[in-house]
Design a protein around this ligand. Structure first.
Ligand code: NAG
Ligand code: NAG
Ligand code: NAG
Ligand code: NAG
Length: 274
């Protein structure tokens, strides 16, 4: 049944995407209904137009975090910030092209897939707590964890929608994770160059306590989709603000969730005990 559904839904989106709907046209509510679907592998390869980690360019706290939640970094320990049963209701209210909507749906699908259905993004019906996916010209941003009521994940087109990892990054904030380089033990793994930082951006490089934010027992992860790139908040976008201690380590990938990102997420939502 599920396979059949996917096929039918895929056929619907395929028809929509090959019909005459212009990609950049504003989507009405009824058009959105048709793209509120799970898209399968036909859509999984994207052209990476840019390696820019767009989430570092936002006007939000931490580059892309909405609202200031002090002392809670990487995986929030407090369970009140979690989505009940791993179900995240959402409503897409932004002005996205069909191609961009497809990428957002693909991100939802990725979460579903890598957690074997433990994390599920579902179209909001009447749930009290849910995510509004917006397209405001304010960069990429999200609250960290469930806030209660409506909360926003902002994905400014097109920059926040080029790479799958940027979209996944914002939703991983919403699920309860801060940036990897805010871990309590980060100074053992990266060197922060405060002198090369844009004035006023120092707060983005704060470290927070292990009892508020946990790595769930997993080691520091250079490969995390939640790790800043080397030149995040650099004065001139060239000088490195973050240098890995391991000379072979690369940071700031936005291809997608790392193995450890997935493992931590599954630990946070107790996926393996369900
Ligand atoms: C939606 O976005 C497109 C492409 O950026 C733009 O041309 C159009 O004016 C926008 N529509 C609304 C209602 O903002
Ligand atoms: C689903 O996850 C598996 C690994 O668990 C991966 O090999 C596969 O490519 C994923 N499929 C999609 C469509 O993301
Ligand atoms: C689509 O939206 C409906 C409600 O409008 C919801 O029940 C369904 O779960 C959504 N599907 C997905 C894949 O989000
Ligand atoms: C950027 O800043 C660093 C540190 O001040 C400097 O060494 C480097 O030459 C600068 N690069 C450019 C392109 O301005």
């Amino acid at each position: 049944m599920e396979g059949f559904e996917v096929l039918v839904l895929w056929a619907v989106v395929y028809c929509v995407s090959v019909s005459s709907v212009p990609l950049n046209e504003y989507k009405t509510e009824s058009q959105l209904k048709h793209v509120n679907i799970t898209i399968d592998t036909k859509y999984s390869s994207y052209i990476t137009l840019s390696d820019v980690t767009a989430d570092e360019l936002g006007q939000y706290e931490g580059g892309d975090m909405i609202g200031h939640i002090p002392e809670m970094h990487n995986g929030l320990v407090d369970e009140k910030f979690r989505w009940q049963d791993g179900v995240v209701p959402y409503k897409i209210v932004g002005n996205f092209s069909l191609e961009q909507l497809t990428k957002i749906q693909q991100a939802f699908h990725t979460y579903h897939n890598v957690t074997d259905g433990c994390i599920r993004f579902v179209g909001r019906t009447d749930q009290h707590d849910y995510i509004q996916v917006k397209s405001n010209p304010s960069g990429c941003g999200s609250n960290v964890g469930r806030q209660g009521g409506i909360q926003v994940v902002n994905l400014q087109p097109p920059g926040c929608l080029y790479t799958p990892g940027t979209i996944q990054h914002e939703f991983l904030h919403a699920l309860g994770f801060h940036h990897e380089q805010t871990r309590w033990d980060r100074d053992e793994y990266v060197t922060i160059s405060w002198d090369y930082m844009k004035h006023g951006s120092e707060g983005n490089f704060a470290i927070h306590e292990e009892d508020k934010a946990t790595g769930f027992g997993f080691p520091y992860d250079y490969q995390s989709v939640m790790h800043y790139g080397s030149n995040a908040f650099s004065v001139n976008h060239t000088a490195d603000t973050i240098t890995p201690v391991d000379p072979n380590a690369k940071i700031g990938q936005r291809k997608g969730l790392s193995d450890i990102d997935i493992a931590k997420l599954k630990k946070m939502y107790k996926c393996d005990t369900k």
